[in-house]
Design a protein around this ligand. Structure first.
Ligand code: SF4
Length: 242
């Protein structure tokens, strides 16, 4: 395969939230969803992103190798990393060739023909579940059916370990009823190591102003900690008692 170029919005080092251990996180530009709560609208397109060859990016990642402690490594997120699947495959493969642990942080939206190859070089998937049914998915992402189901099916068929994530937004999906629907959706997925509810926050709002884009959740306050804790406990209990 010819080496392709990739578009990187930013690179974060010493990250601890995007997978196990200490990690370097590569934010690949581009995403076709328009999640109401997106705090990275500046990564929807490749505009303003930096162009890298596989070797250029690998030389940056290689330098961080001594710090990949406690199961750490490289995480690819975005935007939606699957939107640059050729480059992603080459980067994941290059990491694996050098013994680097790989995480794919994704909503499962991209070219389905690439899923199997992407996942063959992925050690752990962080899958963002956007909605519990078609209507709910559309309400949150402003997009109709995506390839997310196909991605999940491929991950299950390949027996990949997963951490599932779900963003909880006040007055949209912060009810016990919604969390029970989420549980029904995920309960039979094998190799789920964690399920995390992430509270909606407002940290990305100012980016919309700069981009002259209307912020879809204008006026909605960040989800309170005790609400997300209560919902998380309910979900954990359902999983434990299964
Ligand atoms: S998938 Fe991520 S980057 Fe894309 S719109 Fe949703 S939150 Fe934003």
């Amino acid at each position: 395969m010819m080496q392709s170029k990739g578009y990187v919005s930013k690179i974060e080092t010493f990250a601890t939230a995007d997978g196990p251990g200490i990690r370097t996180v590569v934010f690949l530009a581009g995403c076709t969803l328009r999640c109401l709560y997106c705090h990275n609208p500046d990564m929807w397109t490749t505009q303003g992103a930096s162009e890298y060859t596989v070797e250029q990016l690998m030389s940056r990642l290689r330098k961080m190798k001594p710090y990949f402690k406690n199961g750490g490594g490289v995480s690819f997120c975005g935007g939606e990393p699957l939107s640059q699947s050729d480059f992603l495959i080459q980067m994941l493969k290059a990491c694996k060739d050098e013994g680097i642990h790989t995480v794919l942080d994704t909503a499962g939206v991209g070219n389905p023909d690439a899923f199997e190859e992407v996942l063959s070089y992925t050690d752990l998937i962080l899958l963002d579940i956007k909605g519990v049914d078609e209507e709910n998915y559309y309400r949150l992402t402003q997009r109709k059916a995506s390839t997310a189901t196909k991605f999940l099916e491929t991950a299950i068929a390949m027996s990949k370990p997963m951490w599932l994530r779900h963003v909880v937004v006040p007055n949209i999906n912060d009810s016990i009823e919604h969390i029970e629907k989420l549980y029904e959706l995920i309960k039979d997925i094998p190799r789920v190591e964690r399920v995390e509810l992430l509270p909606y926050h407002t940290l990305g709002n100012t980016k919309y102003e700069k981009m002259n884009e209307p912020y879809p959740l204008e006026g909605v306050k960040a989800l309170e900690k005790d609400v997300v804790q209560k919902l998380q406990s309910h979900l954990d209990l359902l999983r434990l008692s299964a």
